[in-house]
Design a protein around this ligand. Structure first.
Ligand code: MLT
Length: 405
């Protein structure tokens, strides 16, 4: 008989955002007239940019004609999109990344979850605490765990790096040197962004200790301050220690279309000297048939002049919300972080409430849905995450309701 490994079974019963969706749906069933404002999962609300819609229509038409029809996509991505990503997101910023080091996928969430497949089973991973749950859960599901401590609900091969007010939500180097470190900047959930010196220090640490950094840059479009790197490849030496995962969801609104990319430099090797580039290419070839042609054309349109301007305007609207939410909450006396280089606002629950207590209060008394900080890890306890991905009107109504609590 085949059973899931026992470590898998020690994970929470469902994925954080599925738990929140269930709780929210149960509430709506019991209170059908409630006008909920959803500021929980980081899902966008503005429609796709017109340049993207135009490209989708054109690609759909091509699929309907014998001369322009496309079957299986190349498993590593179409050349036109690999080139657009390498050129615009990397070479335009002075990062030395070749078109063939860009692997196109159906999204950053899948890549974040799947990338662990190219590492050895006994590898130790380090993650920030709080953390985007996919990094930990996917490694535990793969059995990369060591021993389990029921009291702390932690595995010995998963090293946590607390990110608290005391360290400005920026992780310190872990006491035990891991094989792989996951970093996300601007960070989900805290909204904190690493500056160039901080990220360079991580690259130096990784190169000195033979560590691979998996850098999640899903929120780079929200960077508003200078000296915050948009890519880890802006740091010297990153080609020998870093993988970067990028998303089209948060910048261009592709949460429902699905498109992402992972960048692996050819020099990057594991402890055995194997090129991680080749392992990821092998993995893609075996388990993946490529993102749909029409979606890759839509992705290409994000880099057109029209597309770039439209994406910029879209991000600016969400950041207006972020500023408004941050200022409103601060004005109400909340301790508020994030929201400057990030669409996420990270706030302290009032009066010592736990994250889940505050979730219930907001849901029941203000009909606002957010995300409990403790769902991202123990250091997130007593914190709460709100997103600025809603409409301006809903952000305003949500703040009015919270002010009345
Ligand atoms: C989040 O809310 O943390 C993200 O939207 C989840 C995701 O991108 O998968």
């Amino acid at each position: 008989m085949v059973t899931a490994n026992s470590d898998y079974l020690k994970l929470p019963g469902s994925y954080l955002f599925s738990t929140i969706a269930k709780k929210t749906n149960d509430y709506v069933k019991a209170h059908p007239d409630a006008k909920l404002i959803r500021m929980g999962i980081g899902d966008v609300t503005q429609p796709l940019p017109p340049a993207v819609i135009k490209a989708l229509h054109k690609a759909v038409d091509e699929m309907g004609h014998a001369e322009t029809f496309r079957g299986y996509a190349p498993d590593l991505g179409y050349e036109f999109l690999r080139h657009a990503v390498a050129e615009n997101d990397y070479r335009a910023r002075g990062c030395d990344i070749g078109d063939d080091e860009v692997f196109i996928s159906d999204g950053a969430k899948s890549d974040s979850g799947n990338i662990q497949e190219i590492f050895e089973k006994d590898n130790v991973i380090a993650v920030t605490d709080p953390v985007y749950p996919v990094y930990v859960d996917s490694n535990v599901m793969a059995g990369r765990t060591g021993t389990y401590d029921a009291q702390t609900t932690r595995w010995s091969n998963v090293v946590y790096m607390p990110c608290t007010e005391a360290n400005g939500f920026s992780p310190d180097f872990p006491k035990r040197v891991p094989d792989v470190v996951y970093l996300c900047s601007p960070n989900n959930p805290t909204g904190a962004a690493m500056n160039k010196e901080q990220l360079q220090a991580w690259v130096d640490y990784a190169n000195q200790n033979g560590v691979v950094i998996i850098f999640d840059s899903a929120y780079e479009a929200y960077i508003s301050e200078d000296n915050i790197p948009h890519s880890i490849f802006e740091c010297e030496g990153a080609r020998t220690c870093a993988i970067e995962i990028k998303s089209f969801s948060k910048n261009a609104g592709f949460t429902g279309l699905r498109l992402g990319a992972t960048i692996i430099p050819k020099e990057l090797r594991d402890h055995n000297g194997t090129a991680l580039y080749s392992l990821w290419a092998r993995r893609h070839g075996t388990k993946y048939n490529g993102a749909p042609y029409i979606v890759q054309r839509a992705g290409e349109a994000v880099y057109s002049e029209e597309g770039k301007a439209e994406v910029k305007a879209m991000v600016a609207r969400y950041m207006d919300n972020a500023r408004f939410i941050k200022e409103s909450l601060s004005g109400m006396g909340y301790e508020v972080y994030g929201g400057v280089n990030s669409p996420y606002i990270w706030l302290k629950a009032p009066n010592g409430a736990t994250s889940w207590e505050f979730f219930d209060t907001l849901l029941e008394k203000a009909n606002v849905v957010g995300t409990p900080g403790s769902g991202f890890g123990p250091s997130g306890e007593h914190f709460f995450r709100l997103t600025s991905f809603g409409t301006k009107e809903n952000s305003r109504i949500a703040m009015e309701r919270i002010a009345k609590l």
